[in-house]
Design a protein around this ligand. Structure first.
Ligand code: GN1
Ligand code: MG
Length: 357
């Protein structure tokens, strides 16, 4: 859909006429940038209701009100003319959020950006640590890696004649083997906290090289720091984009992110424990493998993730490239895992020990 239906925009009141330009950055919801003659005035989205129920907006509203009360910049839902957090009819579930920050990055080009982003994430974790809220929507199994692996196995057995099967099957074998090998190093159980839940770099809005706000708040949840920062690192430390077939995991970006997170933790009343912080290393590998399996599954099923028809022949082809890319990234990380562990030890754990953990 290149334009939202005309009646959708009139559900909100605008000081001046607005135009909508589609943005293709997200993989789940349809998104438009709304502008008037003076510049951006909001982000319109049609929620992917196969994945999220509209009640998610109560969760987002609770979170963003809390963040605002703490002086943090955050996108906020703009009420409709009838005072609702979203508009719903037979064309879908629609919402408008305020526009924050000036730019979106799809890959970090300077480690200082990771440092800035990580400081913001630590502040976000501190700010949400006292949010007393029972989430309406819980995305069960979001990071249940064994379930994602089982899902890939099922997709393979359901689609033996898929045109991409011969490429997906060997990749899946490597993923299953890597998952087997990783399990002993996972530190479990971990405590949960409020997390953003999808900290890929394109969900951090920047103003120049300064990270100013986290956007895309559909996945906020109570989950582990391992999942949160593992997901962030697999995205931020990928020097290419999620569409690049041969990415490299950058330890320089990893190090900068750890420093930024440590800076953001300084002075916090109840920072994460040593065990939580140490889990970032295994978490990075786990979440990268998990996303490999999710993309590989969708290469065969062609139902879940969005895709770019200008660059790929089919949804399956795009997701196969993404899966291969994430798998390459796992391999690149594995080759540097010991150094990564040393950096976590030096930058986060020693500081935490001195702080009296
Ligand atoms: C999806 O919606 P978007 O593009 O921010 C996905 C994340 C993946 C990400 C990979 C609800 O996020 O889990 O990490 O793609 N969101 C959902 O780019 O599945
Ligand atoms: Mg998302």
């Amino acid at each position: 859909m290149s334009q939202p239906p005309a009646h959708v925009l009139t559900q909100w009141s605008w000081p001046a006429p607005v135009t909508a330009r589609p943005l293709h950055d997200g993989l789940i919801n349809d998104t438009w940038l709304l502008r008037d003659a003076h510049g951006p005035v909001g982000i319109l989205q049609r929620l992917n209701t196969a994945i999220f129920p509209p009640s998610i907006h109560a969760d987002i509203h609770a979170l963003t009100s809390h963040l605002r009360a703490k002086g943090m910049l955050t996108p906020e839902l703009v009420p409709t003319t009838t005072g609702d957090l979203w508009f719903e009819d037979d064309t879908g579930v629609w919402r408008v959020q305020t526009h924050v920050g000036r730019r979106t990055m799809h890959a970090i080009d300077d480690p200082s950006q990771a440092r800035a982003a990580a400081t913001l994430v630590a502040r976000f974790h501190a700010a949400t640590s006292d949010l007393d809220w029972t989430f309406h929507h819980v995305r069960a199994g979001a990071h249940d890696t064994p379930a994602h692996m089982a899902n890939l196995e099922r997709a393979l057995s359901e689609h033996p004649h898929h045109r991409l099967y011969e490429q997906v099957a060997p990749l899946a074998e490597s993923v299953f083997a890597a998952w087997e090998a990783l399990q002993p190093s996972l530190e479990r159980p971990q405590p949960t906290r409020i997390i953003h839940g999808d900290l890929k770099i394109s969900n951090v809005r920047f103003d120049g090289d300064e990270a100013v706000a986290l956007v895309d708040l559909d996945t906020i949840a109570r989950a582990t720091l391992e999942e949160e920062l593992g997901d962030a690192m697999r995205s931020w430390c990928n020097e290419s984009t999620e569409d690049a077939p041969e990415p490299h995991f950058s330890l320089a970006i990893f190090e900068a992110a750890l420093r930024g997170y440590a800076e953001g933790l300084a002075g916090q009343a109840s920072p994460p424990s040593v065990d939580e912080l140490a889990s970032i290393v295994a978490g990075t590998e786990r979440i990268t493998l998990e996303l490999t399996s999710r993309f590989a599954t969708d290469a065969l099923r062609e139902t879940y993730f969005g895709w770019n028809p200008d660059a790929f022949a089919s949804r399956g082809d795009h997701n196969l490239v993404r899966a291969l890319g994430q798998y390459r990234l796992v391999c690149s990380f594995q080759a540097q895992r010991d150094e990564a562990r040393g950096l976590v030890e030096r930058i986060l754990l020693q500081q935490r020990h001195t702080a009296g953990a």
